[in-house]
Design a protein around this ligand. Structure first.
Ligand code: AKG
Length: 173
């Protein structure tokens, strides 16, 4: 029996209890997960012990995984996966270690953007290192009249800038 438990005092997110992802991933399980994801925006399935192959198989249950745009970010043997961390020699580069430190939307730059993304924690620090997630559809729904006017007049320009500074909104660099 799967239990969906909304995270207390959070705007979104739910823990899903009673799931073992090493067991057969049935269409009924995927429906439960998809419904929970669309309702709660973020779902946590804790206490799983998955091999890379099994994690990837679970990812494929959602659709076709998109390998990272940069070759060196792809995991050898598992190009659809990428490691984020600082425990391996490769990850000692601050570019890789801090590559996800800024607000971003995974793979939104793809022609057909990803509809979901997954994280599997292997080792987490006892303090710090939190992954923060924002519900952009709630942000859109909460838009102010002024923002609504700007969107209607100017559209929704997207600025991609991979640096430590927030982009300027006037179009200059
Ligand atoms: O490791 C994290 O906390 C977030 C990872 C992430 O955002 C990413 O890989 O895109």
């Amino acid at each position: 029996m799967i239990e969906v438990v909304p995270i207390q005092n959070a705007a979104h997110g739910a823990n899903l209890c009673g799931i073992d992802l090493n067991k057969t991933i049935t269409p009924s399980l995927m429906k439960t997960l998809t419904d929970a994801l669309y309702e709660h925006r973020v779902i946590l399935i804790k206490n799983q012990k998955l091999t890379k192959a099994r994690y990837l198989e679970f990812g494929r249950s959602w659709g076709t995984p998109i390998p990272h745009v940069l070759d060196h970010m792809r995991m050898p043997g598992y190009p659809e996966l990428l490691a984020v961390g600082n425990t391996e020699k490769k990850d000692s580069s601050s570019d890789i270690r801090n590559g996800a430190a800024l607000w971003h939307t995974d793979q939104s730059y793809e022609r057909q953007p990803a509809s979901a993304t997954m994280l599997y924690s292997i080792l987490v620090p006892s303090i710090g290192g939190q992954t923060k997630l924002a519900d952009m559809s709630a942000a859109y729904d909460a838009k102010t009249k002024r923002l609504l006017w700007r969107i209607s007049v100017r559209g929704l320009p997207l600025i991609y800038k991979n640096s430590g500074k927030a982009p300027k909104t006037d179009g200059s660099n």
